[in-house]
Design a protein around this ligand. Structure first.
Ligand code: SAM
Length: 221
């Protein structure tokens, strides 16, 4: 086994030990080459379970966080999923590997451009958009699943409006430094929702019309 293959296998074992039980999610993570999504200087750390810096003062989320968010989505192949916060493109690639139709939005041009190139290079078919994800992407709504990979002060109402009946939204909600991962489940075709709390996480802030105004927090997760 190559060193990359064994590092990847160790990461999957580690995610299992940390409680990731969905084998489809573990398989998708095992299939996506994370080293392609991290800057050259960090490639040797690609299979550590840690967030790593990318351009524009942002981060590629830690593998455990990607795994728990993806597992919480409970998505089935063929579903339409909107991701807010493309970053490196890694989470989008994991979602695509699960057989989902992926739409992803990033506010930084440089990140989106690099993510597009990486996704294309590894053969992932993902629709990308440059803009403010707090208003969603109405052209392709509704979405069966929405995942927000930056921390918001509250749930952006535009995202709830773009959620399909029985849809699920996974989003970190809280302060700029720390948030609680929330899973919001739309009840049928109503405007009612069940909300589940998945515990504390640290994400970079969600910046936009329906979130934080300015990008002045220290990036972390
Ligand atoms: N999912 C990414 C990955 O796999 O690499 C990691 C995301 S990083 C933790 C959060 C990303 O959200 C950053 O790239 C940041 O620029 C982006 N972001 C913050 N506010 C946003 C907004 N309103 N719309 C779109 N992207 C936003």
């Amino acid at each position: 086994m190559s060193s990359t293959a064994s590092a990847r296998a160790e990461l999957i074992d580690h995610l299992r030990e940390r409680g990731i039980t969905d084998e489809r999610v573990l398989h998708a993570i095992a299939m996506v080459p994370r080293e392609e999504f991290v800057p050259t200087a960090f490639k040797h750390r690609a299979y550590e379970d840690s967030a790593l810096p990318i351009a524009c003062g942002q981060t590629i989320s830690q593998p455990y966080t990607v795994a728990i968010m993806t597992q919480a989505l409970q998505a089935e192949p063929g579903m339409r999923v909107l991701e807010i916060g493309t970053g490196s493109g890694y989470q989008a690639a994991v979602l695509a590997m699960l057989g989902l139709k992926v739409f992803t939005i990033e506010r930084h041009y440089d990140l989106l451009h690099a993510a597009r190139q990486t996704l294309e290079r590894i053969g992932c078919n993902v629709a990308t958009h440059l803009g403010d994800g707090t208003v969603g992407w109405s052209a392709f709504a509704p979405y069966d699943r929405i995942v927000v990979t930056a921390g918001a002060p509250e749930i952006p109402s535009a995202l709830l409006r773009q959620l399909a009946p029985d849809g699920r939204l996974v989003i970190p909600i809280g302060g700029r430094e720390q948030q609680n991962m929330q899973v919001v489940v739309k009840i049928g075709d109503t405007n009612q929702y069940d909300v589940f709390d998945y515990g504390e996480y640290k994400f970079v802030p969600l910046i936009g019309r329906n979130a934080w105004e300015r990008d002045d927090a220290a990036p972390q997760g």
